[in-house]
Design a protein around this ligand. Structure first.
Ligand code: GLY
Length: 338
């Protein structure tokens, strides 16, 4: 990116009213300061790196990092990292410990995408412990992108995945209690740092190749058959290795409506930084929804040079960041407070 383009983006930042912290880094790591002055000192890009949504990302990133350090690919890192969260029986929004739908079924959604734009996805999958690995299997061994429901389960079993009984007894007890209290209305979910929501992960290897994945049990007490954004390529996840990658978290219906992760990546293609692209995409969600009560959505993105951005509708969204030097949680920027 040349100086003229930086100045253009600086001006765009002023128009959008972005502060330095929102504006963040340009894609080549040159900082634009608060007053939009340009720091011409190029920063050394650091990769490999792993980012993933919410606190559960710390343990997942740890595993993903070890995988890369032990010679695994970015795709291996994504799969191994996300399996950690899927195996965590205390996690109520990802994997087999997840909350059921209103009929008591735990249905899981996941997808994966690599640097060659290959992708695989499973949705409405029940009783299989690692949807992210099934998604990878779909990607690598079939001509399809997405398998759902019984077909996805049959495929998983045929490929040696073990069956598991869900919901967990304690989750079932919670669901039964909820059923008793429930009037027959669809409540808006409160998606925040306490109930976490989806894990979406992006990994960049030492050569700068980007892969991503996401996995979730979806909206607790959803209608039977509901599928959110997480297994939908372009909504919950999108990678274009020429440009960057993005993952989404939050209310899937709102994310699907604007093809959220694809939108983030396309904005980066047009010159937006990872942070600007996430902000612009959140702005689009805000614009398209008259009622924003409880409508939390967030995007996490990485561009081709390793710059990272994250932005959400409401405060509370955070992400885990791991590279050679750091392993920490970072708060996303946001448009409004709860
Ligand atoms: N973002 C997860 C879901 O809506 O299912």
């Amino acid at each position: 990116m040349d100086r003229r383009k930086l100045i253009k983006i600086g001006a765009l930042g002023s128009i959008l009213g972005l502060s330095k912290s929102v504006f963040g880094e340009t894609s080549n790591g040159i900082l634009i300061k608060e007053n939009n002055l340009i720091d011409n000192e190029p920063k050394k890009m650091i990769y490999p790196k792993i980012v993933s949504t919410w606190n559960h990302g710390m343990a997942a990133n740890q595993k993903a990092w070890e995988t890369i350090k032990n010679g695994g690919t970015a795709l291996d890192a994504i799969e191994q990292g996300l399996r950690v969260t899927e195996s965590d029986l205390t996690n109520r929004s990802v994997g087999i410990g997840g909350m059921p739908d209103r009929t008591g079924h735990v249905t899981l959604d996941a997808c994966i995408m690599d640097e060659q734009s290959r992708c695989g996805s499973v949705a409405f999958l029940e009783g299989i412990d690692h949807p992210i690995s099934v998604a990878r299997k779909v990607m690598e061994t079939t001509q399809h992108v997405m398998l759902v429901g019984k077909g996805a389960k049959d495929f998983a079993i045929e490929n040696g995945f073990s069956k598991i009984k869900t919901p967990l007894p304690e989750v079932k007890a919670e669901w039964k209690k909820w059923l008793k209290e429930q009037e027959k209305i669809v409540k808006q979910p409160q998606i925040n740092h306490e109930n976490h929501d989806t894990i979406g992960m992006l990994a960049m290897d030492k050569d700068g190749n980007i892969c991503g994945g996401c996995t979730t049990s979806g909206w607790a007490y959803k209608l039977h058959g509901r599928v959110g954004d997480s297994p939908i390529i372009g909504a919950g996840l999108f990678i274009d290795n020429e440009v960057g990658g993005a993952v989404a978290t939050g209310l899937g219906e709102a994310i699907i409506r604007i093809a959220g992760s694809h939108t983030v990546v396309e904005l980066m293609r047009q010159g937006a930084s990872a942070m600007e692209a996430c902000k612009e995409t959140v702005d689009r969600i805000i614009k398209k929804h008259k009622n924003l009560e409880g409508l939390q959505c967030g995007f996490l993105a990485i561009d081709k040079n390793g710059s990272v951005g994250a932005f959400s509708v409401y405060n509370g969204f955070n992400f885990a960041y791991t590279d050679e030097k750091q392993h920490k949680m970072i708060d996303a920027h946001f448009d409004r407070t709860w």
